[in-house]
Design a binder for this molecule. Structure first.
Ligand SMILES: N[C@@H](CCC(=O)N[C@@H](CS)C(=O)NCC(=O)O)C(=O)O
Length: 264
């Protein structure tokens, strides 16, 4: 059996995958990552043994052919076994090393890595209650991440309603992070945990809106994050501090350059 604690199949690069990889770096664990560029994933068999399809397999009669559901368009080729372990059929899709157990939702994949490492590290807290507090932030991050996903996927034809909904979710999420950081150095307490990792990855992904202004400009709508550095100074300072760590910079370094360069 391999030394990898997990295998992850996904489009790449993907900040949702980086959550698990950053945690693995802190814990000295190895995670196998299999995948391809987003546009290429329609040419792959979605399975524990994921692989590029042969041309003759890319046909509507292929029993694995399924209509994509979110973030992809057209047909995706997902095996029955994939859907047994990944009931929502999404990526990133993680598997135990033997392929028998599927773990989905990037925050849960992140938790799976943290649980596989030494508890000494404290990445998932040092008591059941601390772990539960970390879970609270992971849940809040998922709610924000889901709103951000709908917003970013719809930004080229944005409506005022969608924009307003995102603005509300952004404010709610960032206010909580700002509040948490007013009395502790890290999101969930006094040391770095997977709550910081999820925050950095999901928040950096949201900041891509600054590279996608065309749709907002066309609808005469502002960036949701316009001036947010001033409104949420602790949240941004924390993000900048995290991104400087070698475990983060490897994945988020280039990805965040576009807004780090605007830093005052
Ligand atoms: N909240 C999930 C989001 C996963 C997700 O929605 N993945 C989409 C791509 S962005 C997907 O796999 N869609 C498959 C489909 O369209 O069938 C996570 O963090 O893992």
């Amino acid at each position: 059996m391999s030394d990898n604690v997990l295998r992850i199949f996904s489009y790449l690069p993907n900040p949702r995958v980086w959550k698990a990889l950053i945690a693995a770096r802190y814990l000295g664990l190895s995670v196998e990552v299999v995948g391809d560029k987003p546009k290429e994933l329609g040419n792959w068999l979605w399975d524990f043994a994921a692989r590029p399809l042969r041309d003759e397999e890319k046909v509507p009669e292929n029993p694995n052919a399924r209509q994509s559901r979110r973030g992809f368009s057209g047909t995706l080729y997902k095996t029955d076994a994939f859907l047994q372990t990944q009931p929502y059929g999404t990526v990133p899709a993680a598997f135990s090393a033997d392929g028998k157990i599927g773990v989905f939702e990037s925050n849960s994949i992140l938790r799976a890595v943290a649980r596989s490492g030494s508890a000494e590290h404290g990445l998932y807290g040092r008591s059941p209650m601390q772990a539960s507090r970390i879970d609270s932030f992971l849940d809040a991050t998922l709610v924000f991440g889901r709103e951000a996903q709908v917003y970013l996927l719809g930004i080229s034809e944005i409506s005022a309603e969608l924009h307003q909904r995102m603005a509300g979710a952004f404010e709610f999420f960032l206010e909580g992070i700002e509040q948490a950081l007013s009395h502790h150095d890290y999101v969930a307490g006094d040391e770095l945990t997977i709550a910081d990792i999820a925050f950095a990855c999901d928040f950096s992904q949201f900041m891509r809106e600054r590279l996608m202004r065309a749709g907002l400009d066309a609808a005469s709508l502002p960036l949701v994050s316009e001036g947010a550095e001033n409104t949420y100074p602790r949240a941004f300072a924390h993000l900048y501090r995290l991104i400087e760590q070698p475990e983060f910079v490897e994945y988020l370094g280039k990805y965040t350059e576009h807004f780090l360069s605007e830093r005052s």
